[in-house]
Design a binder for this molecule. Sequence first.
Ligand code: SF4
Length: 291
Amino acid sequence: MQYEGTVIRPPSEAHSIIFQVTVGCSHNRCAFCGAYRDKRFRIKNHTEILQDIDFAAQYCRRQKTVFLADGDALVIPQTQMMKLLKCIRKNLPWVRRVSLYGNCRDILARTTRQLNELKKLGLGRIYMGLESGHDPTLSAIKKGATAEEMIRAGRRVRKAGIFLSASCLLGVAGSIAAKGIAHAEATAMALNRMQPSQIAILTLMLLDNTPLAAMAGQGRFALPDRQQLFSELRVLIAGLEGFRAQVQANHASNYFSIDGRLPRDKEKFLATIDHALSGTIHLKPEYLRTL
Ligand code: SF4
C-alpha cells in the first residue's frame, strides 16, 4: 500500500483495508485539527489507486470492509467516485462495505439520488464531523458550515440510505461555562434533527500545530476543566431524543467511556456521567489521552 504521511481512520475502521485515495484535507482550516497540516491536498490518480486495489486483491482477502482516506474522500467527483467503487466491487468482491469521511460541503454538493447511486455501489457509511450544532462555535473554529447546513447534509445521507456517523467535540466552545452549555444544547438539537445512525463523542485536546493552540498561547482560548466537560456531556446526552442511535464516547481523548444505544441506555449514560461529576469513577490519566 502506498501511504503518504500519517493515515487517520475512525476507531470502527480498525480492521478495514485502507486505501488512501486523497492526500490531506481540501478544507484543512478547522482551528482544532492538526491532522493534515503538513499535507498538500490532492486526489490520487486512478493508476496509483489501482495498484493498491491490486495489492489488496492479493493480500487482504480476510478484510471485509474498506475505508477511503484521507480527511474528506467524498471530495472526489461523482463520476470518478462511481468508477472507484465499481473497481473495488469488481476486484474485491468479498468486501461488504466501503466507508469514508465526508464533510458537509461535499455531501451537499450531491443530490440524494447521487448519494444513493454511491450507496448502491457499496458506499455504506459516511463519517461526518459535526463538532458542534452551535453556530458561533462553528464559526469560531472555522468549520466551514453552519448548523443548518450540517443538519441538511446529515439528513440527506440518511435519506439516501447510508449509515451516518456524526462526531461531536466536547470543550470546543472554550472555558466559559455558558458557552459550553449552549454548544452542548445546540449540538443535541442538531443531532435530534439529523438523526444519525451513530454519534461519536470526542474531547478536545490542543495540538501544537493548530490555530487553536496558538490562540491558547495568546490567551484567546482556554480549555474547559473536567467538571465543565462532563457537564457539557450531560447536557448533550440529556438533550438527545426521538431517534435510535449508537452512542460512542469511548475515543482515546475521553476521560471515561460511554458506549451503548439510544434510547435504551440513556439513563445508564446519565448515571455514569453523574458519577464522573461527583468524582466516583476512575478517570483516564492525562498522559493516556490522545486525539
Ligand atoms: S476536521 Fe476534518 S474537515 Fe476540518 S480540517 Fe480536519 S480533516 Fe479537514
